[in-house]
Each structure stands twice: as structure tokens, then as C-alpha cells.
Design a protein around this ligand. Structure first.
Ligand SMILES: Nc1nc2c(ncn2[C@@H]2O[C@H](COP(=O)(O)OP(=O)(O)OP(=O)(O)O)[C@@H](O)[C@H]2O)c(=O)[nH]1
Length: 352
């Protein structure tokens, strides 16, 4: 599987916008690991560690708690030296190192600075980037979420002929796709066949030549397709476009995230209704977290990616845990926190 780099442990970087299906894809991968020892490094925007909790909570045999390492200290692409290198070194130093390392980046991360870190002396002789896999939220692309404002683009072209992004979402899309070895259009169950061609065309514009494009629903992809790309991405960084070669000046400033704590809720459907109303009224891109439901011993997982809200009970609350309702909300800069909190408390939602 690592033909180009015998002896090195392969690492797959999973990128893709907020809610595109990274965690679902990794979950499916772990469920079909077929004896591979896979270690996960998870980084998300916001301090709650929801993805790691979801993966640990799903009881997959091949994935022990020790195999999931969470980096919640800011965004991976900005904290490579402080967080990422020590973490991956510790994984490599284990008595029984993993067969494969999978890194889930935050939906707002640029993959290139992370891939670059694999060239650092501490790790470059021991691990190789097997591939960068970009997940794409098919319906979100079809709905134009990552499109530039055509008028602004035109104005820029007329002013100086160059194209600077006016939309931070468009820029993220371009960066994530432009760094990928494999692009997966996910959520095809929600995508009309006639929209798929347009989504693929948008991806082809940004992808490097020859990059494979696959489709999936709920991230269900054969592990043999996802792993073993043998791309050695750290060796051909120059072919992977990036607007931001320095990590300091990139997009996170365009986004905002905070956690909202609520009292125990009466019923899941009521909370889902409030979240749906919130997403409709405010510039909210993602909501996720856990809730305590009156009279229930189980923890409720609640997620919204764009307009779709999902909830399910995943496991019992543990005796050493505080039963509580806490949701991470991620949106564009300037998100009205008071209005978000009021909406989640069930007060009338004012459009923002
Ligand atoms: N209908 C449908 N829902 C999906 C699909 N893939 C994922 N979802 C749902 O979309 C939401 C987000 O999926 P995740 O896998 O958590 O996405 P993510 O990219 O890990 O999200 P972040 O880590 O927050 O960026 C969840 O509610 C999933 O159940 C799909 O193919 N079809």
C-alpha cells in the first residue's frame, strides 16, 4: 500500500467544509477497517470535541478510546508545531504503532499547512501523507453556498484583473479541493441527478488535473478506495495551490464560534425545531452538540449542517458525567450571540 515509501506509516488527511460528512466517512471507515489498526487525530472548530465524542460513543470495536486523539486547541493548520507534531510523534512512538493514521481537520482548516508539516524533520522519515481526501457537501454546492458574489468578482476583475475572493466560503472550497488527491461528492441522497453534473463541474474547476472524483451517501466508501492512494503529498506541495502560505493571516477571522448551554430539554423535536428556525434566521453554518432530555437516561446528539437538522440518542449518560445540553454554533463573523441564544431558548427568532 505504501509502495513509494516503504517503511513509512501512511496518513490520510480528511478535509471538507463544516458538515460535509468527514466524521460520517471516518466512522464508516472504522466500521469496515478489516483488521487495520487505525489511529485518528481529530481537530474541530469550537472547544466541545463533538466529533471525537461521536466516534468514541459509537462503540466500534476496531477503535479504542486511546486511538482517538483530539486536538481542540485552535485550528490544526495554525497550531502544527505546538499540537500536531508532538501528537503524531507520540502515535509513532507507541510500542504498537498504528497501520494507518487518519486526520480529520476542522471544516474551516486549510489542508496545505498541515501537509507541509509532514515535511518537518521530526516526522518525515517515519510517516507519509498517503492522500488528502476532500469531502464535498453536494447539496450545499448545488445551492451556491460556495459561490462568489458575481458582481463583486466582476468589479474586481475590472479594477485590477485579478481575482481576490469576496466570499470566505468560496475561498475555503477552492483551497480544500485544490489540495486534494481524491474528492468525494457526499450527500448524493439529497442531490437531484441533474444537479450532480453542475457540482462536479464546480469541483473540476478547482481540482488538480487527474484527481479522482467519487460519489457517496453518508460517507459510505470502501476503505480500499480511501486508503492506499500512495500520493506522498508532502513531496509535491508546489502543485497544491494555496492563497495563504503563512498560517497567520487566513480565514478563521471570517468565522465565529461559541457554545450555548441550555437547561434540560423536554423533547428532541422541540429543540430540533428551534435549531431549524435559528438556521433559517441567522447566518449559522453549523450547530452540533449534546442534549439532556427530561426523563431519558440517554444522551441526545443534535446536528445541523446548513438547513438540515438531525438528532438521535447515542449512549447512556455516564455516572461521572454532568447531564447537560450544550451546542456549538458556528457562523460567519458578526453572528448575533444574544439572538442565537434566544432562539435556542425557544424565544421568537428575529432575522439577522
Ligand atoms: N442525508 C445525508 N446526511 C448526511 C450525509 N453525510 C452526512 N450527513 C449528515 O450531515 C451532518 C454532518 O455530518 P458529519 O459527518 O458530522 O460532517 P463533518 O464534515 O464531520 O462536520 P464538521 O466536523 O462539523 O465539519 C450529520 O448530521 C450527518 O448525519 C449524507 O450523505 N446524506
Amino acid at each position: 500500500m505504501t509502495a513509494h515509501n516503504p517503511g513509512k506509516i501512511p496518513a490520510t488527511v480528511v478535509t471538507g467544509f463544516l458538515g460535509s460528512g468527514k466524521t460520517s466517512t471516518i466512522r464508516h471507515l472504522l466500521e469496515h477497517a478489516n483488521g487495520r489498526r487505525i489511529a485518528l487525530i481529530i481537530n474541530e472548530f469550537g472547544d466541545l470535541g463533538v466529533d471525537g465524542e461521536i466516534l468514541k460513543g459509537c462503540g466500534i470495536e476496531s477503535c479504542g478510546e486511546d486511538d482517538v486523539v483530539e486536538l481542540a486547541n485552535g485550528c490544526l493548520c495554525c497550531t502544527v508545531a505546538d499540537d500536531f507534531l508532538p501528537t503524531i510523534s507520540a502515535l509513532l512512538d507507541r510500542a504498537l504503532p498504528p497501520d494507518h493514521i487518519v486526520i480529520e481537520t476542522s471544516g474551516l482548516a486549510l489542508p496545505k499547512p498541515l501537509v507541509k508539516a509532514f515535511g518537518w524533520p521530526e516526522v518525515r522519515t517515519r510517516v507519509t501523507v498517503d492522500g488528502v481526501v476532500a469531502l464535498v457537501d453536494g447539496p450545499a454546492v448545488a445551492a451556491g453556498l460556495f459561490a462568489e458574489d458575481p458582481e463583486a468578482v466582476q468589479a474586481q476583475r475590472e479594477a485590477d484583473g485579478s481575482l481576490d475572493h469576496d466570499s470566505p466560503l468560496a475561498e475555503l472550497f477552492e483551497e480544500q479541493i485544490g489540495c486534494a488527491d481524491l474528492v468525494v461528492v457526499n450527500k448524493t441522497d439529497l442531490l437531484a441527478p441533474e444537479d450532480l453534473a453542475a457540482v462536479e463541474a464546480a469541483i473540476r474547476q478547482e481540482a488538480r488535473p487527474g484527481v479522482r472524483l467519487l460519489h457517496a451517501a453518508h460517507g459510505r466508501l470502501d476503505p480500499d478506495v480511501l486508503l492506499g492512494l500512495s500520493a506522498a503529498a508532502e513531496d509535491d506541495l508546489d502543485s497544491r495551490r494555496s492563497h495563504h502560505e503563512g498560517a497567520d493571516d487566513h480565514d478563521h477571522d471570517d468565522f465565529e464560534s461559541f457554545a450555548v448551554e441550555l437547561p434540560e430539554i423536554a423533547a428532541p423535536a422541540e429543540l430540533a425545531r428551534r435549531v431549524a428556525a435559528l438556521v433559517e434566521a441567522q447566518a449559522v453554518l453549523r450547530v452540533k452538540g449534546f442534549a439532556a432530555v427530561a426523563g431519558r437516561d440517554m444522551r441526545l446528539v443534535l446536528q445541523a449542517a446548513g438547513p438540515r437538522v438531525q438528532h438521535y440518542f447515542d449512549r447512556d449518560w455516564r455516572p461521572d458525567e454532568v447531564r447537560r445540553t450544550r451546542l456549538v454554533v458556528i457562523g460567519l463573523k458578526g453572528l448575533d450571540r444574544a439572538a442565537v441564544e434566544a432562539a435556542l431558548m425557544g424565544e421568537a427568532v428575529v432575522a439577522g
